[in-house]
Ligand binder design. Structure first.
Ligand SMILES: Cc1cc2nc3c(=O)[nH]c(=O)nc-3n(C[C@H](O)[C@H](O)[C@H](O)COP(=O)(O)OP(=O)(O)OC[C@H]3O[C@@H](n4cnc5c(N)ncnc54)[C@H](O)[C@@H]3O)c2cc1C
Length: 344
């Protein structure tokens, strides 16, 4: 296998987040000589972990300008590390930071980049990369002759590396990492980070690590059998289920479009929640669809959700046509009310 550089940016405490640990597993499974390149304010814990995983070289760009996600500084750091490492294959987790910076770095290096890789395997001493096309309908296996070849790995496709990983063969004792610091002059930047605004953890409805994807469809906002709409109750029931099950929230296109048009519907539902052909393709193990018809453009987004259940008043809805394991022909208001009672 050709030489590999794994690029990772560190967290504020110098550790690696889960997507980077997954990419580390991918790099180790590929089997080439591994260099780990780290970017961030503190890198020591990440460097020790890379050493324990068997990295031959550890390169790092540190310093205040490289602590913040910003195209100019991230690209400069990644370019410098890639030139110092001279590796043929450059792997990186598809974090917002690397997804933004690395295509430009590939151009600067005269290399090529592929994004959204979901699998990697060795083929004749070089990597073969799996990637989905046409909104996850076709899977291709790609090889390339151009080098360096940069590959951004989608999250959730590899097990995160840990020292307990069975194939982990510590090359050196943890805590003894030899880090080669690469000097990079921070480029002139017009962007200054003044702080971070983030919703409170329990206001965050998109939770990629949750076991359950709870999907709400437009039915929640429609007239119910009593002739009235019950949007406020729908809101309480959905939020209650999310809180109780620590689930991630998905929505159908019809529902998120309603929210986007400013109607008094579900204020926490945005286009980021949309699952389907023109939305996202989440990777939760289990999915529960409520008040959603299960039409094909929606259900293609469930490709990776392997255990599926749906609640719909209509026994002829799409879910009952082989798209879910279990369909409850029932009123979702009553089902989720009872579910929340049990979860409470
Ligand atoms: C090019 C293209 C791309 C598209 N991309 C997407 C996409 O990415 N994602 C997506 O979701 N859609 C997409 N669509 C739209 C898709 O075809 C459907 O129109 C949409 O998914 C319907 O949303 P829905 O099931 O929530 O709403 P509806 O079709 O209105 O269905 C509501 C459902 O709620 C049920 N219901 C009502 N009240 C209750 C109750 N009390 N209990 C239980 N069930 C109840 C009804 O029986 C009904 O089945 C796309 C369409 C096109 C043409």
């Amino acid at each position: 296998m050709e030489s590999i550089l794994l690029l990772a940016h560190t967290e504020a405490d110098g550790t690696l987040a889960k997507p980077a640990l997954e990419a580390l597993t991918a790099a180790l499974e590929l089997g080439g000589e591994l260099t780990v390149g780290l970017v961030g304010g503190a890198v020591e814990p990440a460097a020790n972990l890379a050493a324990a995983a068997g990295a031959r070289r550890i390169l790092a760009v540190t310093g205040e300008p490289f602590t913040q996600p910003r195209y100019s500084t991230d690209a400069a750091a990644a370019e410098a590390i890639a030139r110092a490492a001279g590796a043929a294959i450059v792997l990186a987790p598809a974090t917002a930071r690397w997804a933004r910076a690395l295509p430009g770095v590939a151009y600067r290096l005269g290399g090529r980049i592929d994004t959204h890789a979901t699998g990697l395997a060795e083929r004749d001493g070089a990597p073969a990369v799996n990637r989905w096309f046409y909104r996850q309908r076709m899977e291709a296996v790609l090889t390339r002759t151009a080098r360096p070849w940069l590959v951004l790995l989608d999250a959730g496709c590899f097990a995160p590396w840990s020292e307990a990983t069975p194939q982990a063969t510590p090359a050196r004792a943890a805590g003894s990492a030899q880090v080669e610091f690469v000097a990079v002059e921070a480029p002139q930047s017009r962007t200054t980070v003044t702080g971070i605004q983030a919703p409170k953890a329990d206001e965050q409805t998109i939770r990629p690590d949750a076991k359950l994807l709870f999907v709400a469809g437009a039915g929640w906002t429609k007239k119910q059998p009593d002739g009235a709409v019950h949007v406020e109750e729908a809101q309480l029931l959905i939020l209650g289920a999310l809180r109780g099950a620590q689930a991630s929230l998905g929505g159908s296109k019809s529902l998120v479009d309603l929210s986007g048009e400013g109607q008094a519907v579900l204020p926490f539902m945005t286009h980021l929640n949309q699952v389907g052909q023109t939305g996202s393709t989440p990777r939760h193990q289990k999915g529960l669809s409520t008040c959603c018809h299960g039409e094909e453009p929606h259900v293609v987004g469930w490709r990776f959700v392997t255990e599926r259940r749906a609640v719909n008043l209509d026994p002829n809805c799409g879910w009952s046509r082989g798209k879910a394991d279990v369909v409850y022909v029932a009123d979702a208001f009553a089902v989720v009310r009872e579910l929340n009672r049990l979860l409470g």
